[in-house]
Design a protein around this ligand. Structure first.
Ligand SMILES: Cc1ncc(COP(=O)(O)O)c(C=O)c1O
Length: 343
């Protein structure tokens, strides 16, 4: 990695952008009369949420062993992906690098922002070929590398993540949406070592609160300051802030969710092995399987007829479907339908 200078990576207009500062959220009051934000004086949710998300960040900081100033919160990690691209990528000029296949939203937000998407094709086991990565990054000037581990939709984790952080001259975003299911160490532990690193996590998967739309970015204070500058001031609503705060107090919830899902994952895998139309089960570190099927369109439609919704990845990943681990009842229904497909 060249000598790191954050200011040369950030878009010029963002470098000088002044954040919206809510006076009430940035000062201490004991019993303020709030006549400053044109709110309604009645009702339970009449007030704007805390734009600094102070309580939530303090609690998360303790859990993740970082400073609250190293955390930015978003309306899901989706929003953070969008903001990160906006901060670093000049529209019509800069490019991002993504693994191929990987999570669709990186390319989506790049397209919204008119940034080129360079694809790093994975090998037949969906691993990154280091030489391909080095070749592309040496040939091309790329601002952000979105490294998804465990990767969606393939399910496997990226090996030797530090190598990619070390050998990239831009920002590396490690998207850890599924990390809780993997047993892998989080990239958060590398933050003090690498100033070009951003780690994304979410409450939508293992924590079980996709409907609340809360995701987190962990990075250096300097990077976090830029995310907080460009975010909509009230991007995480007060109902969600309250809900996640309560969830973080329930120390066993995460363990319970992950424990049950891993148990169901093992059950499903054993069942999949006896199903005729499944040709291959790719190894997974996440709460879903990528499976290769004999007549994928037919299988997908048969599941759909039974109102079982799965994610068809063909033709991008030939013959493959991504199926996430459900409850035992849901999984049994799935297996019963799959057993009835003779292809
Ligand atoms: C790899 C990955 N990153 C991010 C997200 C978005 O999660 P959120 O619900 O926090 O926006 C997903 C959702 O499917 C995902 O698979």
């Amino acid at each position: 990695m060249k000598e790191f200078n954050l200011n040369t990576l950030v878009r010029k207009n963002i470098l000088t952008l002044q954040p919206y500062i809510s006076f009430r959220d940035n000062n201490e009051f004991s019993a303020p009369v709030l006549l400053d934000a044109n709110e309604c004086p009645f009702g339970e949710y009449n007030r704007y949420p805390d734009s600094t998300q102070k309580n939530l960040k303090n609690k998360l900081a303790e859990l993740k062993r970082v400073s609250p100033s190293q955390i930015a919160l978003g309306n899901g990690s989706d929003e953070l992906i969008d903001l990160i691209i906006k901060i670093f990528c000049e529209p019509k000029k800069d490019a991002i690098l993504i693994m191929n296949p990987s999570f669709a939203m990186y390319a989506f937000y790049a397209a919204v922002n008119e940034n080129e998407v360079v694809k790093l094709n994975l090998d037949e086991n969906f691993d990154i070929v280091k030489d391909d990565f080095l070749k592309i990054t040496q040939e091309r000037d790329i601002k952000i590398f979105f490294l998804c581990s465990p990767n969606n939709p393939t399910g496997n984790s990226v090996q030797d993540i530090e190598f990619f952080v070390q050998n990239f001259d831009g920002i590396v975003v490690i998207d850890e949406a599924y990390i809780e299911f993997s047993g892998n160490k989080s990239g958060i532990e590398l933050l003090n070592k690498y100033p070009n690193l951003i780690v994304l996590q979410t409450f939508s998967k293992a924590w079980g609160t996709a409907g609340a739309r809360v995701g987190a970015a962990y990075a250096s204070e300097e990077i976090i300051r830029f995310i907080n500058t460009v975010k909509a001031p009230y991007n995480v609503n007060s109902i969600s802030q309250k809900l996640i705060l309560k969830l973080l107090d329930d120390k066993d919830k995460l363990k319970e969710n992950v424990g049950s899902i891993l148990q169901e994952r093992a059950w499903l895998e054993a069942e999949f092995k006896n199903i005729e139309c499944i040709v291959k089960i790719f190894p997974t570190d996440a709460n879903f399987f990528l499976i290769k099927m004999k007549n994928v369109d037919e299988a997908y439609n048969r599941m759909l007829e039974a109102e079982i919704l799965t994610s068809k990845r063909a033709p991008a990943i030939p013959d493959c479907i991504r199926i996430n681990v459900g409850s035992r009842e849901e999984n049994e229904k799935l297996i019963n339908v799959l057993k009835g497909i003779a292809l």
